[in-house]
Design a protein. Structure first.
Length: 312
């Protein structure tokens, strides 16, 4: 089954070129089925690239999903034109009366700023509060995971002496969690962040469970008690050369970055990176759609938030 996107969204052309099953709105509107409604709050400066990366992962399931993109009304984008945002993105005021089967909150390059000093923090808090009753399950990525853990559970973030950049081995702490169904005992995915959350703080909260961690990168994946919130501290959605792009960008800025770990062969930035996380990312995003969203969400989307969540 396909992923449904606006007819003229640039990401659609990229995905179609990769032979990924994309259904344009015009065709999807003629079908009489109940697709999943997924809202993506895209906080990344590279909007189009992030759209492609996330939609690619959401497209590898037998479930048809309607994608709606959300922007922050209280933030002026420096990298994406307002015309593009007005064409393809909604504001919170335009969606807050609606219900969604799932929501994704992306990362953002603001880890070194205190949460409350981020210019759109108040609006983001309103959206995260709203997600509890209006999105059946919400998946948070990197800084979005740190923001969600802080806002919902008071989990602090800590500055790192060096940027956590690279592709790191993780182990399944709770291997029978549905999100990890089909994953190997050890699996890899990228991290790119200047701050971290710590297991000791999370373990003190009985409503949170660490289901994957890394000896080098620390906490990997956290789920809430009833599985309606997922927090991934890295960037499973990254393309093969995203970390290389970030490394080159930081070099040009004079930031003297460390070479991303376990990424380039022999840690040589002159060589093409090794992709060892694509299958894990695809599986985990598909598991989220299937086990945390599709198999649990009410058939009538308007029933979301009206009754207590029932866990397995």
């Amino acid at each position: 089954m396909p992923i449904k996107v606006p007819d003229d969204l640039p990401a659609a052309r990229v995905l179609e070129d990769e032979n990924i099953f994309v259904m344009r709105e015009g065709r999807a509107d003629t079908q009489d089925i109940r697709p999943l409604d997924i809202l993506i709050l895209n906080l990344m400066p590279t909007k189009v690239e992030t759209e492609v990366q996330i939609m690619r992962l959401l497209s590898n399931s037998p479930l048809q999903t309607n994608i709606r993109l959300l922007q922050m009304a209280t933030h002026v984008s420096k990298n994406t034109s307002q015309a593009y945002l007005d064409r393809f993105y909604y504001t919170f005021d335009e969606v807050k009366a609606k219900k969604f089967d799932g929501m994704i909150i992306t990362g953002a390059p603001v880890e070194n700023i205190d949460f409350t000093d981020v210019d759109y923090w108040d609006e983001l808090c309103d959206i995260m509060d709203w997600s509890v009753t209006n999105a059946f399950s919400t998946l948070h990525i990197c800084w979005g995971a740190q923001a969600g853990l802080f806002h919902h559970y008071g989990i602090p973030k800590y500055s790192l002496p060096h940027k956590m950049s690279g592709v790191f081995e993780h182990r399944a702490v709770i291997p029978d969690d549905p999100l990890l169904r089909g994953c190997d005992d050890l699996f890899w995915f990228p991290h790119s962040r200047h701050t971290e959350v710590r297991a000791a703080d999370i373990d003190r909260n009985p409503h949170l469970h660490i289901i994957a961690d890394s000896a080098e990168a620390g906490v990997g994946i956290v789920v809430s008690e009833k599985a309606n919130q997922v927090f991934i501290t890295g960037h499973m959605e990254y393309d093969a050369k995203t970390l290389a792009f970030e490394y080159d960008r930081d070099l040009k800025r004079g930031m003297n970055p460390q070479v991303p770990r376990h990424y380039f062969p022999n840690d040589d930035p002159g060589r093409d990176p090794i992709v060892r996380w694509r299958s894990t990312a695809t599986l985990i995003f598909t598991n989220w759609l299937n086990y945390y969203v599709y198999q649990r969400t009410p058939y009538d989307v308007n029933e979301i938030g009206r009754a207590p969540f029932e866990s397995d």
